[in-house]
Design a protein around this ligand. Structure first.
Ligand code: ADP
Length: 372
């Protein structure tokens, strides 16, 4: 096991795409760190740099404290699992697991022991004599992970390993990966564009956009204190509702206006340009007469069992932070308890705590309140 340190990494592909820009990141020994971001933000490129499949234009990669920039992939002691895991179809699970060790010419007894240990760790013991064609998708994925783990790598790299599995299997294997990683304590870098996967697996999550890290931290920290509008909007389903701030009473006591709601703006480091409210910040106003409230008309109601998501036509100032600058957002969302059941077309008053408002400056950076 080993730490992984990336320092000032740059990578531009021959076609001119700058995939990684001045990126630095330290993964602790035994840590499970998730790289999360939209397609094309450079996640896979970063893994390939660590694995040695790409060489950086600048910067240093250290594994276990040692510079590995000049080392070929097979001498970096990393194992990689991709979404398209290819098992040898004509070999049994046992032979598939043994294959990387046979390539390294390990003694037979040692191969047998490691295969047995890995099979036990992954719950594959009963399947050792089957061929891949006789396994379920989840079992095949476990064998693919086993084939990476059997080498006892210092670092485990996973690139969207669940994306080819159906939803139910994805949940199951996700749980298995989390459990296995905790038990084995292998330093793991895990790439996904799926925020639920990232939040549920990562001890820390690095949110990437256009080859740079937007924020790095524990999942709940990113959710509660997003550093900027991108992170705020990328984490959470439905995403945070964001709108341009219209202030009243400028000067000493500015007030945020959202429909009929008025919220005093707290003392911030700079003037806010955007405000955000998570869908779960809204409640039905009838029971909270003391809170500011907006009157909205439900456009779509999604009854999800434990909750209902109400989409309503957004006030004109609402924007979509993941789109180009100040693109209007047609709808905003509220997550409410399942009862009373709401219907499309219904008018409702939605209240929210002033303290639930996130504030951002004109550049989209979060504005911390004094004392937080
Ligand atoms: P992600 O894994 O986040 O989807 P990638 O690391 O695959 O992103 O890609 C980052 C950027 O680099 C994208 O714009 C992509 O089109 C580009 N890219 C990826 N691989 C290559 C390549 N081999 N040659 C040129 N451009 C590439």
């Amino acid at each position: 096991m080993a730490s992984v340190e990336l320092e000032g990494l740059e990578l531009r592909y021959p076609n001119g795409v700058q995939a990684v820009r001045g990126l630095s990141l330290a993964v602790a020994d035994g840590e499970f760190l998730v790289l999360l971001g939209p397609s094309g933000c450079g996640k896979s490129t970063l893994l390939r740099l660590v694995a040695g499949l790409e060489a950086p234009d600048a910067g240093e990669i250290r594994i276990g404290g040692e510079r590995v920039n000049e080392r070929p992939p097979q001498r970096r002691d990393v194992a990689m699992v991709f979404q398209n895991y290819a098992l040898y179809p004509h070999m049994t699970v046992r032979a598939n697991l043994a294959f990387p060790l046979r390539m390294r010419r390990l003694p037979r007894a040692q191969i047998a022991r490691r295969v047995q240990d890995t099979a036990r760790a992954l719950g594959l013991e009963a399947l050792l004599d089957r061929r891949p064609g006789e396994l379920s998708g989840g079992q095949r994925q476990r064998v693919a992970m086993g084939r990476a783990l059997v080498r006892e790598p210092a670092v485990f790299l996973m690139d969207e390993p669940l994306s080819n599995l159906d939803a139910r299997l994805r949940l199951q294997v996700r749980g298995e990966i989390a459990e296995l990683q905790r038990r084995l304590g292998v330093t793991t870098l895990y790439v996904t564009h799926d925020q639920v996967e990232a939040m549920s697996l990562g001890q820390r999550v690095a949110v990437l956009r256009a080859g740079t890290i937007q924020q790095l931290g524990a999942p709940e920290r990113l959710y509660e204190r997003p550093a900027n509008l991108f992170v705020a909007a990328f984490l959470g389903t439905p995403p945070m509702n964001v709108f341009r701030v219209a202030l009243e009473g400028a000067g000493s006591a500015p007030v945020l206006r959202l429909g009929a709601a008025r919220v005093p703006v707290p003392a911030l480091a700079a003037a806010p340009a955007y405000a955000g409210l998570r869908p779960e910040a809204f409640r039905l106003a009838a029971r909270y007469p003391e809170l500011p409230a907006v009157e909205v008309r439900a456009a779509v109601v999604e009854r999800l069992g434990p909750e209902q998501v109400v989409w309503f036509d957004a006030p004109a100032a609402a924007v979509d932070p993941l789109a180009a600058a100040d693109t209007p957002a047609p709808r905003m969302a509220a997550r409410l308890p399942p009862a009373p059941a709401l219907a499309p077309g219904e008018s409702l008053d939605l209240a929210f705590e002033p303290a639930a408002v996130h504030w951002f400056d004109a550049g989209g950076r979060a504005l911390a309140r004094p004392g937080t």
